[in-house]
Design a protein around this ligand. Structure first.
Ligand code: SF4
Length: 417
């Protein structure tokens, strides 16, 4: 979401005559678009921000803006902590970035701004084949560990007509894939529901449609049916579980039990053949006993995700969980995280190996990060595949015979068209 917010700010500023600088040293304006989801991200930001202090000393005319969730969380206090910061722009106000940086220094724009959903912004995107498309902003869920409802505000959905117009225009420009973005896309609510929105987008004919993130409680049968039936909607669902323990899920205020979550998983698997399912997991939530942790490991074994994002619990000021008794040492959290990641690596490898000898369609994204002589693409199920690169252009669809599976990717041989 932050990456796309940056694309939007870049688009607005480009319209004002700005161009992307090669380095901070050569820039007239530096914007930090910050993430507050975990403490580590926030610390990283502060250490990078500190480096711009010298820059500002050398060239006082450089403008420094801080956008995103840390901006919203710290508010004007940030001016006290880093007096060389000129502008503070919360995530609900990024559409006003041009006015802000054109105005008086030491301005903070932090209102709960619901106009964001109805303001059209021409994003300057990082890719010419894949595009993020916001469908809603904010979140109403208040999971006890999460700062997002406090920084991005309450849920507000974009009008369906605006979303459809944006995707139609992307398709006309040659984009092959869109990812619909929202903190909880399943609760999208305008004149139509999220499954209805998917059906309308599918009818536009853009080749691939993805969406993130789904909240397990709101994932409806109607949505599963849409994923199963619609030819352009990819067979991949990211469904964060966070923990396998009933007690911990309740303390997290997630609104489902492990058993209820499993019912959804079974339903998805029975209706969407070859679907890949991924999730987020938190290790060491306050009060998590070794038994709760074992239940998470048991859940991972039982579900067999294609991949997970797992992190150590990190207290966020202002959230309910930050007030809970957090007696698990950092060492223990690391140990639990290590066990989770190790188990999942084995599961992912096993799942990837099952694809050896099959043919998968990939959308070619460009040269591989690890070996520039190879091309990299993704399957509909969002698995990374590398192939020998002769004759395939970025944005083309290629049928690949999968020869080898690794922990995080597959490799294979393109089949003749
Ligand atoms: S659903 Fe929960 S974890 Fe996700 S953004 Fe909302 S509050 Fe945070």
């Amino acid at each position: 979401m932050n990456v796309h917010d940056s694309e939007k700010m870049l688009g607005i500023l480009h319209g004002q005559g700005y161009a992307r600088a090669e380095s901070p040293e050569g820039a007239d304006l530096i914007i930090f678009n910050t993430c507050a989801i975990r403490e580590k991200a926030e610390q990283k930001f502060y250490s990078q921000l500190g480096r711009t202090k010298m820059l500002k000393r050398r060239r006082n005319e450089v403008k420094i803006a801080v956008a995103g969730c840390v901006a919203q969380e710290t508010k004007e206090r940030l001016f006290g902590r880093a007096p060389y910061v000129d502008f503070i722009v919360g995530p609900q106000n990024i559409h006003l970035i041009a006015e802000t940086i054109g105005g008086e220094r030491r301005t903070a724009l932090l209102d709960d701004n619901r106009e964001l959903a109805s303001t059209e912004v021409a994003a300057r995107r990082g890719s010419e084949i894949k595009a993020w498309v916001s469908i809603m902003f904010g979140c109403n869920n208040f999971c006890s560990y999460c700062i997002v409802p406090l920084t991005r505000g309450r849920e507000v959905s974009r009008p369906s007509s605006a979303i459809i117009a944006e995707i139609r225009s992307l398709s006309e420009k040659g984009y092959k894939e869109v990812t619909l973005l929202g903190q909880n896309v399943n609760s999208y609510c305008s004149d139509i529901t999220f499954p209805q929105l998917l059906r309308r987008i599918d009818a536009l004919g853009i080749e691939r449609i993805r969406f993130v993130t789904s909240h397990p409680r709101d994932l409806s049968d109607e949505l599963i049916r849409a994923v199963a039936e619609l030819p352009h909607v990819c067979e991949h669902i990211h469904l964060p579980i966070q923990s396998g323990s009933r007690e911990i899920l309740s303390r997290m205020n997630r609104g489902y039990t492990y058993e209820e979550y499993m019912v959804k998983i079974e339903k998805i698997r029975s209706e969407v053949p070859h679907v890949s399912i991924t999730a987020d997991v938190i290790a060491g939530f306050p009060g998590e006993t070794s038994r709760d942790h074992e239940e998470t490991l048991r859940a991972l074994r039982a579900i067999g995700y294609d991949g997970i994002f797992a992190f150590k619990y990190s207290p966020r000021k202002g959230t309910k969980a930050a007030e809970m008794d957090d007696r698990i040492s950092d060492e223990e959290k690391s140990l639990r995280l290590g066990e989770i990641l190790k188990l999942q690596e084995e599961i992912t490898l096993r799942k990837n190996r099952a694809l050896e000898g099959t043919v998968q369609e990939i959308l070619v994204e460009g040269p591989s990060d690890t070996d520039g002589t190879l091309l990299m693409g993704r399957t509909r199920t969002n698995k990374i595949v590398t192939v020998a690169g002769d004759g395939y252009v970025q944005g083309s669809f290629v049928q690949v015979f999968i020869e080898q599976a690794r922990h995080h990717s597959l490799s294979g041989k393109p089949l003749p068209c």
